[in-house]
Design a binder for this molecule. Structure first.
Ligand code: UTP
Length: 292
């Protein structure tokens, strides 16, 4: 039996401006744009719950209150649906134990590292997970469950990584890999945000899921700015390497970058094709369109 503190809290930074999806995101948060019939944020929250996470902490900003409303009880909607004999089960994924959904504000979007730091009082002195909901991770088990299983083994800090073509690494955070613990678990000796291709230490990129020790909050406290003039989470994590165990889990599954438009369309198509209730119809439509 492991003696490690279980991962019960997860931070979801959702305070970004979503400029790549304007004008859609002028009035609707990017996290509520639907992939088929579920908002992006729902997939990430489902993944968290599957991994045993109980407390969801949103780091929000102006114009994002609809995310909290989405996870609240919609009394009038439910009363009307009930009267009309509609299936209420469709709302089950939006339900939460009272008190288990929390939010804090990041008043100015100063970067991902700053967003995480805004959650420090709720995180307290516990290891915690981070989900970037733009990155849709589809796996069985889900990405965070794979990470929690690895955490049971090695503890410390963990990030999920993906292997991508070398020439694309300069858009991402990249790891310098150390000793391999297993086929899917590698020690991390360094992290670098958006390196030029020639200086990239590997083709393994950090992909939107983290398990971190609370000490990262003290590193973020310094508010040092990195790439793009933003307070970068990658820089803070890099400073922890050497002081605490740090590993990367290669995610077994599919990742869709829904922060950009083509990734969003790809995810929509991939998930629609897999659906029992519409897959065949969507395939026929796609084939017809491609034949034109
Ligand atoms: P992105 O870099 O995708 O930024 O942030 P964005 O603002 O959401 O989208 P674009 O680039 O303008 O289209 C990655 C994640 O970090 C959060 C975002 O909400 C997203 O989940 N984030 C980023 C914050 O919460 N605060 C920040 O200051 C920056």
């Amino acid at each position: 039996m492991s003696q490690r503190k279980p991962i019960k809290k997860a931070v979801f930074p959702v305070a970004g401006l979503g400029t790549r999806f304007l004008p859609a995101t002028k009035a609707v948060p990017k996290e509520l744009l639907p992939i088929v019939d579920r908002p992006l944020i729902q997939y990430a929250v489902d993944e968290a719950r599957e991994a045993g996470i109980e407390q969801i902490i949103f780091v929000t900003g102006r114009g994002k209150t609809a995310i909290e409303d989405y996870f609240d009880l919609a009394f009038e909607l439910e009363a009307t649906m009930d009267q009309r004999g509609k299936d209420m089960g469709v709302l089950d994924p939006t339900r939460a134990t009272p008190g288990d959904i929390m939010s804090v504000r990041q008043q100015v979007p100063l970067g991902l590292g700053h967003a995480i730091w805004c959650a420090r009082s709720i995180v307290g002195d516990e290891p915690f997970a981070i989900f970037l909901p733009d990155e849709l991770m589809i796996g069985a088990p889900g990405c965070m469950k794979q990470m929690v299983d690895a955490y049971e083994e090695v503890g410390g800090n963990l990030i999920s990584v993906l292997e991508i073509p070398e020439e694309e690494v300069s858009s991402y955070g990249v790891i310098a890999p150390g000793k391999e613990v297993s086929d899917t678990l590698t020690e991390v000796t360094g992290l670098v945000e958006k390196p030029p291709v020639a200086q990239a230490p590997s083709n393994k990129i950090i992909s939107g899921r983290y398990i971190l020790q609370p000490e990262v909050m003290r590193v973020l406290e310094d508010q040092e700015k990195g790439a793009g003039g933003e307070i970068q989470l990658t820089d803070a994590m890099a400073k922890m390497i050497g002081t605490q165990p740090f590993h990367a889990v290669t995610f077994a599954g599919n990742r869709y970058d829904c922060g950009n438009k083509t990734g969003f369309v790809e995810a929509t198509l991939a998930l629609a094709l897999e659906r029992e209730d519409m897959g065949a119809e969507v395939r026929a439509i796609a084939e017809r369109l491609l034949a034109q």
